[in-house]
Unconditional design. Sequence first.
Length: 139
Amino acid sequence: MHITIEPNQTFSHATLNPRHLLTTSIAYVNADLQKTIQQTLDDNDENAMSLLWYEDVWCALEALAPRHCAFSSHEGDASLLGWWQYDEEMCECTECASLVWEDDLLPLFYGGILTHVCGTCYDKHIDPDDGRRRPYDQE
């Protein structure tokens, strides 16, 4: 099934129950993820449902976001999920091109060039022991 996502389209409202969110997401995700969701729902494990929602399904729904939109909760109601059109405060990570709030971007210097990256890319590219970027700058 192919669903077209429009800016400011609501996904779910008034509940953050993982079972409801996973059930709703089945219509939006690919066949492999649909199988995984159905198996997790059949297993009836609340922890597994939460993990699947936050670690896999949320990302899949974010990937469906139209240009200049992000999948998130609404600013005024955390239980209102959808693909919201963002304003100038949303920026792209220079590494992965994911959209994040401007205040959530972290400065990253590499080869004398300043870039701004999301927390995930920062964690991926910065060595926690010495604070240097991988691959390492030339000495």
